[in-house]
Design a protein around this ligand. Structure first.
Ligand code: GDP
Ligand code: ZN
Length: 311
């Protein structure tokens, strides 16, 4: 007697050339795409990490993906070798967890602001984590807590993967979400995930990637399920990530607190850098906008100017 194959929905954790790891409610199975996907929209012609899919179960371990369900977001980057080409890293990501360390490597607020631009641009809910707090005095970072969390409403966590400080709070913030981790190598991304879930090593995928330096299309991106219905994904470095489609003239829009002032600038196309009658600059001089963040804005602006992003 033959059973009709069971139809189910699942989440794609990993995509390799022809097979996909898909998480069902209680297990992970291997899937292929046999024949053609059911496609309503050209954007849904290829399966990405993070996709929710419907599939037919072939047996207990294998399935065939039939259709991609609507995506709510996508994280993209430019492909270095093919300028301007947009590449989807993963889809259906809810949050961007920006991880920095107090030292080793040194804390850079400029990097934090760059990642915040990416979060804003990709419509991801940002979270800031300042790790290795055991190596520093938390008070040194209080101004960031005041401004980014207090004024901008972006959660700021102070953690130590070594002492466990702040890890429970961080873990809670990941619950029921798909979170992309970003941060320079060495800030403690892997250690933090291990502190949340001992045994899980998000670096496994990264190592195989390094041997193929330069071949961006073969980069492995993987979604790791944690126990509390959360998923994390370790994304590639800042240089490759998401300054796609950011133009000088739009940059200020991604600095969320600038918006409330920008419409009061004397010039409609004010860049908030050198123009007279700039309301953003006045807000900086009144201390309403953090000067350090404003300086980061100028630096990012200048970096866009010399890049190929001018419109
Ligand atoms: P990743 O490259 O961002 O994944 O960073 P890793 O998790 O590999 O950590 C890099 C180094 O920093 C390792 O030697 C860790 O032991 C160390 N490290 C990670 N988190 C902390 C922390 O909170 N405090 C201290 N003191 N060291 C840490
Ligand atoms: Zn202005």
């Amino acid at each position: 007697m033959r059973n009709t194959p069971a139809k189910m929905t699942g989440k794609v954790l990993k995509a390799t050339r022809a097979t996909y790891e898909v998480m069902l409610e209680n297990q992970v199975i291997q899937c292929t795409i046999r024949g053609k996907l059911v496609v309503d929209d050209e954007n849904y012609a290829s399966v990405k990490v993070g996709d929710n899919v419907t599939l037919l179960l072939v047996n207990e371990m294998e399935g065939v993906i039939e259709k991609i369900l609507p995506r709510k977001s996508q994280l993209t980057r430019t492909i270095a070798s093919r300028q301007y080409k947009e590449h989807i890293i993963a889809v259906n990501i809810d949050q961007l967890l920006i991880i920095l360390s107090t030292k080793n490597p040194r804390f850079k607020s400029g990097l934090m602001d760059r990642y915040l631009v990416i979060a804003e641009k990709n419509r991801l809910h940002p979270l800031i984590c300042i790790n290795k707090i055991d190596l520093s005095n938390a008070e040194k970072f209080a101004p960031y807590l005041d401004y980014y969390q207090g004024k901008l409403g972006i959660p700021v966590f102070f953690t130590s993967a070594i002492t466990g400080e702040g890890v429970t709070l961080l873990e809670k913030s990941l619950q029921n979400s798909v979170t992309a981790l970003v941060g320079h190598s060495g800030v403690g991304k892997s250690s933090l995930i291990k502190a949340i879930q001992p045994g899980l090593d998000i670096k496994t995928a990264e190592v195989s990637e390094r041997t193929r330096k330069g071949q961006h299309t073969t980069t492995h991106v993987q979604l790791f399920p944690l126990l509390n219905n959360s998923f994390v994904i370790d994304t590639p470095g800042i240089r490759e990530l998401g300054f796609w489609g950011i133009y000088k003239k739009d940059l200020a829009n991604y600095f969320i607190e600038f918006r409330q002032y920008a419409h009061e600038c004397q010039f409609g196309d004010c860049t908030h850098i050198h123009e007279p009658g700039c309301a953003v600059k006045s807000a900086v001089s009144r201390g309403e906008i953090l000067e350090e963040r404003y300086n980061n804005y100028i630096n990012i602006f200048e970096s866009l100017k010399s890049a190929h992003y001018e419109r």
